[in-house]
Design a binder for this molecule. Structure first.
Ligand SMILES: C[S@@+](CC[C@H](N)C(=O)[O-])C[C@H]1O[C@@H](n2cnc3c(N)ncnc32)[C@H](O)[C@@H]1O
Length: 366
């Protein structure tokens, strides 16, 4: 079974172009710090924190620092074990480089020993020995499908644009994945431990209007790919079969496996927070301040490339590029996305509704 992403674009590229994901994590840090300071099990020594989907680490290390500081307010001298998890294909070299180089590394927090470790493994499996994690974190990662979706969505690469049976199949796949993610965390976490997860989501208004994160971006990406098909640079059948492998859950979908009778995780967790909140786009904020569309398009498309390129290469360009190398094809794709974004920033804009879930591991689950 292989993941539909090989990880983010490495060699420092993701770190340099993930200001938005950093802003998302920052939006949750004060609730997270409160939960950590109030949790049973803060007396454990060592105290183990696991970050699921750490990528190259700059954002992960900064978020972990906030947790370590919260722990140190109550437990100055305890040993903290910090475990970074991502797929084996992730750039862990960059992460360990960051850990010793960055001024905001948690290694600079005073107090007892802090031991960094890595667990290169899918988070749809257990990641640490059973009942050894006290705090589980995951930022901007749990929306990735476990496997490439097999349903196609006519005229779109966005799973949320599906209708009819394809919609049902994709929702079921996403529900299975989220249930599996929680089941594996129920194994990793010790009773009294907390799990804090943020991912891209869907907000549903009281009148039923749905706001889907990244919907406009994914539609713009489809248009660029469709243009390449028209120019004979990309195979139509490959584009028709391609769905970008992320699912933007609603708060109701996040709660479902926790509340459903007979679900393997119903007894495993108590829900502290399940909410969807918009997080403003830092690239757009800068555009509104500086008014430079070309600079905006440059920085915004680099952000998009950082999290989409490995998937586009693997599932769209490697099987679908016609008469050109995959490198040329990828460059053409992002150059066109940038050109059209500079001409009309709203066309491809990334709007975010972040889903935040905070759970406490109860003691009565299997
Ligand atoms: C957008 S990055 C988020 C990185 C970091 N947490 C942040 O907030 O900037 C998403 C990460 O999730 C990882 N990921 C996706 N599916 C995964 C899986 N099944 N197991 C572990 N990591 C996964 C990707 O490899 C990628 O590094």
């Amino acid at each position: 079974m292989s993941s539909p992403t090989a990880g983010m674009k490495g060699g420092g590229y993701y770190d340099e172009h993930s200001e938005y994901q950093r802003r998302v994590a920052q939006s949750g840090l004060s609730s997270l710090a409160d939960l950590v300071q109030g949790m049973d099990g803060l007396r454990a020594d060592p105290l183990t924190i696991v970050d699921y989907g750490c990528s190259e680490g700059a954002n992960s290390i900064a978020a972990l620092r906030a947790v370590v500081i919260a722990i140190r307010r109550r437990r100055r001298d305890s040993c903290v074990v910090a475990i970074h998890n991502d797929l084996p294909t992730n750039d862990f070299n960059a992460l360990f480089h960051n850990l010793v180089q960055r001024a905001d590394s948690y290694l600079t927090v005073h107090g007892g020993p802090i031991l960094p470790m890595a667990s290169p493994r899918s988070f749809y499996e257990t990641v640490v020995p059973r009942a050894t994690a006290n705090v589980g974190l995951s930022f901007s990662s749990a929306h990735w499908f476990r496997e490439t979706p097999s349903s196609s969505v006519p005229g779109s690469i966005c799973a949320m644009d599906a209708s009819g049976p394809a919609r049902v199949t994709l929702a079921k796949q996403a529900d299975n994945d989220w249930t599996r993610f929680l089941e594996m965390r129920a194994s990793d976490l010790t009773p009294g431990g907390i799990l804090f997860v943020q991912m891209i989501g869907t907000q549903v208004d009281a009148d039923g209007t749905r706001h889907v994160t990244a919907e406009r971006l994914l539609r713009a990406m489809y248009e660029v790919a469709a243009g390449m098909v028209e120019q004979g640079q990309l195979r139509r059948d490959v584009l028709d079969g391609f769905v970008f492998p992320t699912y933007m859950r609603t708060a109701g979908e996040a709660r479902a496996p926790l509340e459903r009778p007979g679900s393997p995780v119903t007894a495993g967790f108590h829900a502290n927070i399940v909410s969807v909140q918009p997080v403003p786009n830092p690239y757009l904020d800068e555009l509104h301040k500086a008014g430079d569309e070309h600079d905006y398009a440059e920085r915004y498309v680099a952000f998009v490339r950082a999290f989409t390129e490995s998937t586009l290469r693997r599932a769209l360009l490697e099987p679908g590029a016609v008469g050109q190398s995959v490198d040329t094809s990828a460059d053409r794709f992002y150059t066109e996305l940038r050109r059209r974004t500079a001409a009309d920033p709203q066309w491809s804009v990334f709007e975010d509704w972040t889903l935040t879930i905070a759970l406490t591991r109860t003691s009565d689950a299997s």
